[in-house]
Design a binder for this molecule. Structure first.
Ligand code: GLN
Length: 490
């Protein structure tokens, strides 16, 4: 039986899509795919209801068989994928159906989705503003209630930041816990497939399904046996059932950071609310934070310049009608196909890697990266299963996701430079390979504000417990015109 949403849902989706343009491709029905995949043993039957028979959306840089795989680039606008990403296959095995492919900043490079070479996507809360990026289409589709959950990718914040701009949950898992097979590479050592969903419970259910070692991705791995389980989660009183937690949340002292007043207000409110929930809060400094952005852009662009070399108009990409010779063919294909931001990053990447200069940029960035990782380990206690594990001083670190709420376009936009500088709160989790969840903390002047919880490797169960405990008392908001077609929790 193919998935046929009710006429009411189709009309609802079409109306939203005309206003926000979240999808590069949107199907009206979906054929079932039932690949033979084992259901995770700990997955409780009730959690199936949060996934099975529901439609979901996939960012257009993650492969879904017979669907577009444009990566938001003119160069790949006509590409159809011949296979599906492992994360997609696992969800389909449980009965979820891909309903469409969502818009993104070209190859995941940006924070607004306006760098897409295909179309613009508007924020469902205010159509004159961006949905964030680069997974802006996925976040906008979930926020509008077109789908209950979506897959995105997070290299430096691309799941968490659009989730914060649109008022939904965004999870960037521990590096390697979700297979990257089928994710078109931007910066392989930083990125992973992440989840955008309407609730913490659904995020947990989707993560339970898509995580795990995959023979198709050598960097993928299972949770160590001593890591906390994803289920059971909260008890009847709304408290985490995870063992060996300290009940302490470290709070980034963000006094010196230039936060928009509404974001600062929301940050203060979130602290008060976690205190009221029974957590003990303690201020922490993350000295390496100020070097995170330059280190991130050095490593990300270096890897991108190598990863994007395959798009040459021969193996992949639109081939020019004529060219003088093979070199000229590649030049023309890349010149016509790539947008300005992608070209800028390829140039930056080749610059930092050029011979004789690696010491000055790339190796220095790698040292900063190691420093950031050990800084977090000193606070959070390192990964589960590490023999040399420091005693954890706290369960998680609370910090903003982005210094502003969703920004506008034209004169109300953030300059490309400021957008990059604003990645400071998100890119550190990628540099350190750690999990982080962003959740809607409050609505300030009609726009949602997201806050972020970052934890030690494999602590997703604890981070999701905290977000869920928050959500139980302060239900997540919806934009005007939202209609609920699915139940967000068990
Ligand atoms: N803003 C970051 C960038 O432009 C986010 C990228 C991402 O996570 N894909 O690189």
């Amino acid at each position: 039986m193919s998935y046929k949403p009710s006429g009411e849902l189709i009309t609802y989706c079409k109306e939203w899509e005309a206003k926000i343009g979240a999808f590069i491709e949107l199907a009206e029905s979906a054929e079932p795919e039932n690949p033979p995949v084992d259901i995770p043993p700990e997955f409780p039957a009730e959690a199936r209801a949060l996934i099975t028979d529901l439609p979901f959306a996939v960012k257009d840089n993650i492969a879904v068989k017979n669907f577009s795989l444009s990566c938001g680039s003119k160069l790949l606008a006509s590409l159809r994928s011949p296979y599906s990403a492992t994360a997609v296959v696992k969800l389909q095995a449980l009965g979820a159906r891909v309903i469409g492919k969502t818009n993104l900043d070209e190859f995941g490079m940006g924070s607004s989705t306006d760098n897409s070479g295909i179309q613009k996507t508007n924020n469902p809360w205010d159509y004159s503003r961006v949905p964030g990026g680069s997974s802006g289409g996925s976040a906008a589709a979930v926020a509008a209630g077109m789908v209950p959950f979506a897959l995105g990718s997070d290299t430096g914040g691309s799941v968490r930041q659009p989730a914060a701009f649109c008022g939904v949950v965004g999870l960037k898992p521990t590096y390697g816990t979700v297979s990257r097979f089928g994710l078109v590479a931007y910066a392989s050592s930083l990125e992973g497939i992440g989840i955008i969903a309407d609730s913490a419970a659904r995020t947990r259910a989707v993560f339970a399904v898509i995580r795990g070692k995959d023979p198709m991705d050598d960097t993928s791995r299972n949770f160590p046996v001593c890591a906390p389980p994803l289920y059971p989660s909260l008890n009847e009183t709304g408290k985490s059932t995870a063992k060996n937690t300290t009940g302490i949340i470290g709070v980034l002292s963000a006094e010196a950071e230039a936060l928009e007043p509404e974001v600062r207000r929301s940050f203060e409110l979130t602290k008060e609310r976690f205190t009221a929930l029974g957590y003990k809060l303690t201020d922490v400094e993350i000295p390496a934070l100020k070097y995170g952005v330059p280190a991130y852009y050095t490593i990300a662009t270096a890897e991108a310049s190598a990863n994007l070399a395959r798009f040459d108009g021969i193996r992949y990409g639109k081939r020019p009608d004529w060219s003088e010779n093979p070199d000229n063919l590649i030049d023309k294909a890349r010149d016509a196909g790539f947008g300005d931001e992608v070209k800028l990053r390829i140039l930056l990447g080749t610059f930092v890697l050029r011979s004789g200069f690696q010491d000055r940029y790339y190796l220095r960035a790698q040292k900063i990266r190691a420093g950031i990782r050990s800084g977090f380990e000193a606070l959070l206690g390192g990964s589960y299963g590490d023999t040399a594990q420091n005693a954890p001083q706290m369960d998680a670190i609370l910090l903003p996701v982005f210094p502003t709420r969703a920004f506008g376009r034209g004169p109300n936009s953030l300059s490309p430079f400021s957008q990059k500088a604003a990645d400071l709160f998100t890119c550190c989790a990628n540099l350190a390979g750690l999990p982080a969840v962003s959740f809607p903390a409050s609505v300030e002047d009609n726009l949602p504000v997201g806050m972020q919880l970052l934890g030690r490797a494999f602590s997703e169960p604890i981070l999701l417990d905290m977000a869920e405990a928050y959500e139980k008392i302060h239900p997540f908001p919806h934009p005007p015109g939202f209609k609920a077609f699915w139940c967000p929790a068990l």
